[in-house]
Design a protein around this ligand. Structure first.
Ligand code: HEC
Ligand code: HEC
Ligand code: HEC
Ligand code: HEC
Ligand code: HEC
Length: 273
């Protein structure tokens, strides 16, 4: 609540906060951290808790805001800030968003939006990366991400937490019932994806018991792709509301994997004879 108030005040009166003028000039990241630790320890702590602080290719304050205070916040709010470091336009985490209605609308209209406004004031028609992941200036991007991943077993507590955090964001613009239906359908779709992977896992376990590893190389490769890419595409399609990723790069790709794995195992069987 305190944070929300601060953001509201901020929107109306930047330099009016007593003694809180952003200094001019260029700074190294260590200086950003040191000074902002005093300005807002909570913000810096939230960032430190996130993978953005701990990842090898860390997203520092400078990576998102630049090395000075000129348009520091409005720069960070734009999709371009996130996209390059997240693998560029072709990376699934990005492409799943750019092929969604949100991504398309944002691309078409972002030139006319006022990026000086705080994200929480919801003056954009559609959400960009930061709108969803850093809503209300939340600097821990992990708070709305499952701590488990699609290939792992589900933990319903984490799911609830993700849904609560994201739900609030979606409901800036959508009706609660619409979002409930979407989330429920998403879970069902992810479970169907997991079932396909389990079916393949059973086939692979049987094949490994019967044939030499050399004969199963193609099947193993396909199985890996299924687990690490195609199931993830289903998840990203649900996460970023991209029908292309849910179906074409997701479920249809998983169906294709099953067919190819069966084919590759048949091949191994024929070679054995
Ligand atoms: C010597 C202190 C100091 C240093 C160094 C410093 N800042 Fe700030 N910064 C401030 C103050 C004071 C404000 C205004 C009040 C606030 O938002 O906390 C501010 C504001 C900001 C804002 C909000 C601006 C807006 O328009 O809403 C961002 C973003 C920011 N700083 C990022 C950075 C980054 C990135 C660095 C390093 C390149 C940095 N700061 C270095 C003191 C500092
Ligand atoms: C992943 C990109 C990213 C990183 C890394 C990042 N910020 Fe931000 N920051 C943003 C975005 C986006 C906003 C705008 C939030 C909004 O409008 O509600 C913002 C807003 C701010 C603000 C304005 C106050 C607020 O809550 O809206 C300050 C101050 C700030 N950041 C400081 C920092 C400092 C200091 C660091 C390093 C510890 C940092 N940021 C790291 C993206 C980032
Ligand atoms: C409409 C809101 C929304 C927008 C816009 C959005 N995301 Fe997401 N994002 C989500 C949701 C929801 C999840 C999945 C949360 C969960 O269930 O784990 C997610 C998941 C992710 C993940 C985690 C994937 C993984 O590997 O586990 C990353 C990374 C990500 N988004 C980055 C981005 C980037 C980069 C952009 C912009 C190019 C973006 N998001 C735009 C809502 C959004
Ligand atoms: C300088 C590089 C860099 C920038 C800039 C950057 N990120 Fe990240 N981000 C990463 C890395 C590295 C990870 C951890 C590996 C991964 O998930 O891709 C990550 C992870 C994430 C995650 C998943 C969090 C989790 O706990 O799994 C989300 C969501 C995310 N970033 C959103 C954003 C958004 C939104 C922006 C722009 C405002 C942004 N990132 C800008 C490098 C960056
Ligand atoms: C800032 C406003 C805003 C936020 C926040 C937002 N959306 Fe949207 N969303 C839109 C707009 C605008 C459209 C396009 C509506 C249309 O089809 O004309 C849209 C479209 C969609 C669609 C596609 C509907 C279709 O007919 O194809 C889905 C699904 C969706 N949103 C889900 C979500 C989810 C889930 C979240 C939260 C993670 C979310 N939205 C957050 C504004 C928003």
């Amino acid at each position: 609540m305190k944070r929300l108030l601060a953001i509201l005040l901020f929107g109306f009166s930047v330099g009016a906060m007593a003694g809180a003028q952003a200094p001019e000039g260029e700074f190294q990241n260590s200086a950003c951290l040191e000074c902002h630790q005093q300005q807002d320890a909570e913000l810096v702590a939230a960032w430190r808790d996130s993978v953005h602080a701990t990842a090898e290719k860390a997203a520092t304050c400078v990576a998102c805001h630049g090395n000075n205070h000129d348009k520091a916040a409005s720069r960070a709010r734009r999709d371009a800030t996130c996209i390059d470091c997240h693998g560029g336009q072709k990376a699934p985490a990005v492409h799943s968003y750019t092929t969604s209605k949100h991504g398309i609308l944002t691309r078409l209209e972002q030139k006319d939006w006022d990026w000086e406004q705080a994200l929480a004031s919801a003056n954009y028609r559609a959400p960009g990366c930061a709108y969803c992941h850093m809503h209300s200036g939340n600097h821990d991007v992990g708070t709305a991400i499952r701590t488990w991943r699609p290939e792992q077993a589900t933990g319903s507590d984490e799911r609830e937490q993700v849904q609560d955090t994201m739900r609030a964001v979606c409901q800036d613009c959508h009706a609660p019932r619409y979002i409930t239906n979407l989330f429920d359908n998403g879970e069902r779709m992810l479970n169907i994806g997991r079932m396909k992977v389990r079916e393949a896992a059973v086939l692979m376990a049987q094949a490994r018991g019967s044939y030499q590893p050399a004969g199963l190389e193609d099947a193993e490769k396909q199985f890996l792709k299924m687990k690490t890419q195609h199931l993830k595409n289903v998840y990203l399609g649900i996460a970023h509301q991209s029908p292309d990723y849910q179906w074409w790069h997701g479920q249809a790709a998983l169906d294709g994997d099953l067919i190819r794995i069966r084919g590759a195992i048949d091949q191994a069987r024929r070679l054995l004879k």
